[in-house]
Design a protein around this ligand. Structure first.
Ligand code: C5P
Length: 218
């Protein structure tokens, strides 16, 4: 039987960067590696949780987790909406594309003489905001915010707008931390407690710290 502070809890986590198709062979994406989401999945599993990881990237896992692979934000949104009703905790660690091409070209987009092309982008659904606004009292919603400046101020604003219970703000202005790197510097924001900045550490160490704080909120 599983032991740990999150035993019996179902945790749904998103990970990786979404891919927004332009045509059959091209897509728009971002630099996310999925490492933070996988570290959170491991930390949650170590705490006894039943973990569902909705992810765009495949990484090795030697712990118990159900992986659901998705590509686009719309796919991720639908997978989250299907999993969230029975979840106790949702953690949005994916780098979700805010925009997607307005149309998906059926055939490969061709060069048009020497001119460029103009891409028309439309807004994607905000997964974290949707679950934050529809959560039941027993459900806990945690988000991330990658910022390059005014990390705490923008983080506090996001915590409120998305109606999250916890927001992990990280400074991505330095190349040694954040996207794809093994280390991160994070600040944990909650509605009722003062902001807490943790010392630079590897993502698994930070994920365990985050999970420990989440389990005290549950
Ligand atoms: O608004 P911003 O993209 O900075 O918020 C980041 C947080 O919101 C992350 O937790 C990310 O996973 C989530 N998000 C989302 N759906 C979007 C955009 C962001 O779930 N369309």
């Amino acid at each position: 039987a599983k032991t740990g502070q999150l035993r019996g809890k179902k945790v749904v986590i998103t990970a990786g960067g979404t891919r927004e198709a332009l045509d059959p062979v091209r897509y728009l994406t971002n630099k996310s590696s999925g490492k933070m989401g996988y570290a959170l999945a491991q930390a949650a599993a170590e705490n006894g949780a039943e973990v569902t990881l909705i992810t765009t990237t495949d990484r090795p896992t030697n712990y118990g987790v159900t992986k659901i692979f998705v590509a686009s934000t719309q796919d991720m949104y639908e997978a989250v909406m299907a999993a969230f009703p029975t979840a106790d905790i949702f953690i949005g660690a994916a780098a979700v594309s805010d925009f997607k091409p307005a149309t998906l070209a059926q055939d490969k987009i061709k060069k048009q003489g020497d001119g460029g092309v103009t891409l028309h982008l439309v807004q994607n659904p905000d997964i974290l905001k949707t679950v934050g606004h529809q959560k039941a009292p027993h459900q806990l919603v945690v988000g991330f915010a990658a910022e390059t400046n005014e990390v705490i101020a923008y983080g506090q604003d996001k915590l409120k707008k998305k109606q999250a219970d916890m927001l992990i703000a990280n400074d991505v202005s330095s190349p040694s931390i954040g996207f794809s790197s093994d280390d991160n510097v994070i600040t944990i924001l909650t509605p009722d407690q003062p902001a807490e900045t943790l010392p630079q550490a590897d993502k698994l160490t930070l994920a365990r710290e985050i999970m420990q704080r989440i389990s005290t909120l549950k």
